[in-house]
Ligand binder design. Structure first.
Ligand code: SF4
Length: 281
C-alpha cells in the first residue's frame, strides 16, 4: 500500500479504477485471466466465477475500452507459458482463491488487542499439490531488459526474498492449510522472444517470524487512513508519492488538475467505480 492517504481513499475506499490501463499492466492482467481459466478448468468443483463467465467474456470485461490487440497477445503469452511448464508434476487445488484470517490469529497476544478481530485477506493466483505438500504460485509479468532476450537474472538475495506479498500469503494461507511448503514466483517475459522462470521465495526465518507483528502495525495504519474518510481533500495528499519507480500514480491527472471542476471532470471521464470486485482480479 502506498503512503498517500488520498491514493488509499480513491483506490480502496471509493474504488476508482482507471478506464485506460497502461498496456503493459493490462496485458499482465489478461495473461493472469488466461492462466486462471486454464487451471480452474481442472478443479472439482469448479469455482463459482469460472461457471459465471467464460474466458472470452472475462477478457472483454477486463479489456474495457483498451486496445483489442492485447487479447490475442495475452493468449499467445499464456500458451507459451503453458508449453514451457507442460511438465509441471503437480495438481492444481485452487485458483484465484481468497483466504481470510484475523490479526489475533496471526499474532496472538500482540499489542493493541483491539485489532485482534480485524480481517487479513490475501488472494492467491494458484495453489498446487505434489508429493504431499502444497505450494502457492504467483505469476509476475515483466517486460525484460532492453536489448536482451532473456529475463534478468533472479537475484534472490536482494528484493525477492523480502517479497511482502509472499510473506503475507504464506502466513495467511497456513492458517487454513498448514502443510503449505512455500511460495513460487513464475516470471513471465511478455515480449517476444518469450522467457519464463520459476523461483522459490526463501525468507530468513527471523524475518518470517516477525511478519505477523508487522501485519498488525500495517492494519493499524490502514485503519488510520480509512478513518480519514473517502472524501478527497488536498490536505491528505502526499505529493512525494506522485511519481514512483514504475511511473506516475494513476490519479496524477486528478490531483494535479488546475481546479476542482477539472479534477471532477478527470474522475468522471477517466475512471469507473468498482462496486463489488470479484475473482479473478
Ligand atoms: S497523484 Fe499523488 S497526491 Fe494524488 S493520490 Fe497519487 S500519490 Fe497521492
Amino acid at each position: 500500500m502506498g503512503g498517500c492517504p488520498e491514493q488509499h481513499g480513491l483506490h480502496y475506499l471509493s474504488k476508482y479504477k482507471s478506464k485506460i490501463e497502461p498496456s503493459y499492466r493490462l496485458l499482465g492482467q489478461l495473461v493472469h485471466d488466461c492462466l486462471a481459466y486454464h487451471y480452474a478448468a481442472q478443479l472439482d468443483p469448479l469455482p463459482d466465477w469460472f461457471q459465471a463467465s467464460n474466458l472470452d467474456d472475462q477478457l472483454q470485461i477486463r479489456l474495457g475500452e483498451n486496445d483489442a490487440e492485447l487479447v490475442p497477445q495475452a493468449k499467445e503469452v499464456s500458451r507459451a507459458y503453458l508449453d514451457r511448464f507442460a511438465g509441471d508434476p503437480w495438481t492444481p487445488i485452487f485458483v484465484e482463491k481468497e483466504f481470510k484470517t484475523t490479526v489475533g490469529a496471526l499474532d496472538p497476544h500482540g499489542p493493541m488487542p483491539e485489532l485482534d478481530e480485524e480481517l487479513v485477506t490475501c488472494q492467491v493466483d494458484l495453489g498446487v499439490e505434489g508429493n504431499g505438500a502444497v505450494w502457492l504460485v504467483d505469476y509476475k509479468c515483466m517486460g525484460g531488459e532492453w536489448g536482451k532476450d532473456r529475463l534478468p537474472a533472479w537475484t534472490a538475495a536482494v528484493e525477492r526474498d523480502y517479497l511482502w506479498q509472499a510473506l503475507v500469503n504464506l502466513h495467511v494461507v497456513r492458517q487454513s492449510i498448514p502443510n503449505v511448503k512455500g511460495f513460487i514466483v513464475r516470471r513471465v517475459k511478455r515480449r517476444i522472444p518469450y522467457d519464463f522462470d520459476s523461483n522459490q521465495i526463501r525468507p530468513k526465518q527471523r524475518m518470517y517470524d516477525e511478519i505477523p507483528r508487522t501485519i498488525r502495525y500495517a492494519v493499524k495504519r490502514d485503519l488510520e487512513l480509512s478513518a480519514l474518510g473517502a472524501t478527497p481533500s488536498a490536505l491528505r495528499r502526499n505529493y512525494s508519492m506522485c511519481s514512483g519507480k514504475y511511473g506516475p500514480c494513476d490519479y496524477v491527472d486528478y490531483c494535479h488538475a488546475k481546479d476542482e471542476l477539472t479534477a471532477q471532470d478527470v474522475l468522471d471521464k477517466n475512471f469507473t467505480r468498482l462496486v463489488s470486485p470479484s475473482a479473478p482480479v
